[in-house]
Design a protein around this ligand. Structure first.
Ligand code: NAD
Length: 363
């Protein structure tokens, strides 16, 4: 049977290696820009200093106020700094929160973006921006949101503490797992997703074995780039929808929520997307993908229960209502009862049943 598909490539330049931070001035010049606003966060002020030093006279301003969920008031303050300095480019160093600020500035002003990611969230390779105003998060997509250049520096990323690295890597894993059963899945993205899963699982296992060297961090960062590319290329499903709801409406931490939910979302879809789950399991080097993902997180000491990351039992019904209010594509039908049951399993941190075993409440 002939399989039809559509493949679109996003125009971004990717620089990957060890010590690549030192190329930042060349990369800005390559874009034809010469007045840089450096973006960082209080936790990453030191990395911001290194970037500023490497930029030399190209750096004309600095803003260290990036915050979670890209609050619009923070963006407006940064916009004042950008305009005051006459900047024509932003260079952002940090996780998804700093990348979010960079994107928010670019979509408002048209400045170019060079991003140096320090986590595995993957935002740097997507044309998507989520912003919050008055407690409400809205998401939009536009070509000018996509950063022009991404500099992945393995050495820089190695500064990410192991506990954050683990949940962030599972966050990346989630992009690849859901890409394999996306309604618009296609062969190039499938290949990227499978390679991402192999690299992320390998990096996580090495961290678990106490082997925290540059090869381990390179696997994780390389996997994160590929997984982020999947996130920017095809539609995500139940897992991302649930995490968005839990993070946005119940203020749970982004990467930790992904870590807890992924095994359960994968189990929910196992019987409706058996081929995608079988490919995921092979890439993980395991017999059963949901159980293997759960075990990987548990062995590494990452959270496996929503109740351990700030969720309250009395909010589970409201979360199930919110996550099923609007229809969206997902391999298994998204039912209120099915999602409520999933949330219960995730709340108590139950290991998901192996694929093929019946789950109460699942469609
Ligand atoms: P983050 O940027 O908030 O970073 C998580 C934590 O890690 C922070 O406390 C940060 O200070 C710390 N940190 C980061 N790098 C560090 C380092 N090298 N050393 C020490 N600490 C470090 O969170 P994130 O998980 O990277 O990104 C989550 C945010 O990004 C969310 O707001 C999410 O919605 C957004 N996001 C957007 C997209 C998209 O495509 N638009 C994709 C993924 C994530």
């Amino acid at each position: 049977m002939v399989t039809s598909f559509v493949h679109t490539t996003h125009p971004a330049r990717i620089v990957f290696g060890v010590g690549t931070l030192e190329t930042v001035a060349d990369e800005v010049s390559r874009l034809g820009r010469s007045r840089v606003l450096v973006l960082a966060s209080p936790e990453l002020a030191e990395a911001g200093d290194r970037v500023e030093k490497a930029l030399g006279s190209l750096a004309v301003a600095r803003f260290d106020g990036a915050a979670m969920h890209t609050p619009v008031d923070v963006t407006e303050t940064a916009l004042g700094v950008l305009r005051g300095a006459g900047a024509d480019c932003v260079v952002a160093v940090g996780g998804g929160s700093t990348t979010g600020l960079s994107k928010a500035l670019a979509v408002r002003t048209g400045v170019d973006q060079v991003v140096l990611p320090t986590t595995y969230a993957g935002s740097e390779v997507t044309p998507v921006l989520g912003e919050t105003a008055d407690g409400v998060k809205t998401t939009r997509s536009a070509p000018e949101i996509l950063p022009e250049t991404v500099i992945y520096d393995v050495e820089l990323s190695a500064g990410l503490p192991v506990a954050i690295a683990v949940t962030s890597a599972v966050n990346a894993l989630a992009h690849a797992v859901e890409a394999l059963y996306a309604p618009d899945a296609e062969p190039v993205v499938d290949a990227l997703a499978l390679d991402a899963i192999v690299r992320l699982a390998s990096g996580l296992r090495r961290l678990g074995a106490g082997v925290d060297d540059l090869d381990t961090r390179a696997d994780l960062l390389h996997g994160a780039w590929l997984a982020g590319t999947c996130l920017g290329a095809v539609g995500m499903a139940l897992h991302h929808k649930l995490c968005h709801t839990l993070g946005g409406s119940f203020n749970l931490p982004h990467a930790e929520v992904h870590t807890v939910i992924l095994p359960h979302a994968a189990a929910y879809n196992a019987s409706a997307a058996p081929a995608a789950l079988a490919r995921t399991a092979r890439a993980l080097g395991a017999a059963d993908a949901p159980g293997a993902i759960f075990d990987l997180a548990a062995i590494l000491g990452a959270p496996t229960a929503l109740r351990d990351i700030g969720m309250r039992a009395e909010d589970l019904d409201a979360a199930a209502d919110l996550a099923t209010r609007n229809p969206y594509a997902n391999p298994a039908p998204v039912t209120r009862a099915g999602v409520r049951h999933l949330l219960d399993d995730a709340f108590y941190g139950r290991r998901p049943a192996a694929s093929g075993e019946p789950r109460a409440g699942a469609p």
